[in-house]
Design a protein around this ligand. Structure first.
Ligand SMILES: [Zn+2]
Length: 270
């Protein structure tokens, strides 16, 4: 099967609800977005021991930017140097990141002439890997490290979306890994709401407390904010499978909805 991680998580959740498995399913190939290790285990835990592989790191605009080999580990890709020039740059200084240091992926497609892609910011984070790949392919390797801006500010630090994947995985198959985190401001106080799809939303309510606790454990800044009351509430709620809005274009669930971000005003016309 080939599809988006959002769709495979949804399929696994439906399978869990209906007690249905796919005995002949051998390989899941995903594209379009990154799939966390937690999401992969969630899908495997329900659908069985299937192989899960990212087919490629690509985008509609920039084309293929990475391909895997048998040796490439989780999130690791070869760069197709024949037609793609990729830079990994420090987000602050824009200087090239040394091997092993995470920076922003900036791509120049060397083949597209009619609609040039020149130093295009993908919005993804990655780092170069050292040395040659065991497969013998001389093309360099890089490892993706999530989306740039895929975290949100609380107090003096940042919360990575990963902590929600981890907390939800710990709650077991009764909750999905398709979720959205809503962050909103109310007169100097912040509210965080975690909305999770669940096969049986009513029954999943019993898990709200332990999920909340698991998130606070992994993100002490949230616990601290609640204690010091600059976070007025951190609520965990459940909705039916498929209920969270999907992008009509890509089919993905947008996991972070930070409503504190004020859209940039259009320049005033003179
Ligand atoms: Zn390789």
């Amino acid at each position: 099967m080939v599809s988006l991680p959002t769709a495979f998580i949804f399929l696994a959740d439906l399978g869990h609800k209906a007690g249905y498995r796919f005995p002949s399913l051998r390989l899941i190939g995903y594209v379009g977005e990154q799939m966390s290790e937690e999401a992969q285990r969630h899908v495997r835990g329900i659908l069985g021991d299937v192989e899960i592989k990212p087919l490629a790191y690509s985008s509609a605009d920039a084309g293929l930017m990475g391909y895997q080999c048998q040796q490439a580990g989780f999130g690791t890709y070869h760069l197709p140097t024949d037609f793609q020039y990729v830079e990994i740059l420090d987000p602050e200084s824009h200087a090239p990141s040394p091997v092993g240091q995470i920076g922003e992926v900036v791509v120049t497609n060397l083949a597209r002439r009619s609609m040039p892609i020149v130093r295009y910011q993908m919005g993804d984070l990655a780092s170069w890997l050292d040395g040659a790949c065991a497969c013998g392919d001389p093309n360099p390797l890089f490892r993706l490290a999530g989306r740039a801006g895929d975290d949100f500010k609380v107090g003096g630090g940042f919360i990575a979306m990963r902590v929600f994947d981890q907390a939800l995985e710990a709650a077991g198959a009764a909750v999905s890994l398709n979720y959205v985190v809503e962050v909103e401001d109310f007169e100097n106080q912040m509210e965080i709401r975690l909305q999770v799809e669940a096969p049986e939303p009513e029954q999943a309510r019993d898990l709200a407390g332990s999920i909340r606790e698991a998130v606070c454990q992994r993100a002490p800044l949230i616990a601290e904010g609640l204690e010091k009351t600059y976070i007025r509430d951190f609520a965990v709620g459940f909705v039916p499978l498929g209920a969270l809005p999907r992008s009509p274009i890509t089919g993905k669930v947008k996991r972070l909805d930070d409503r504190r971000v004020v859209p940039t005003a259009a320049p005033a016309s003179s």
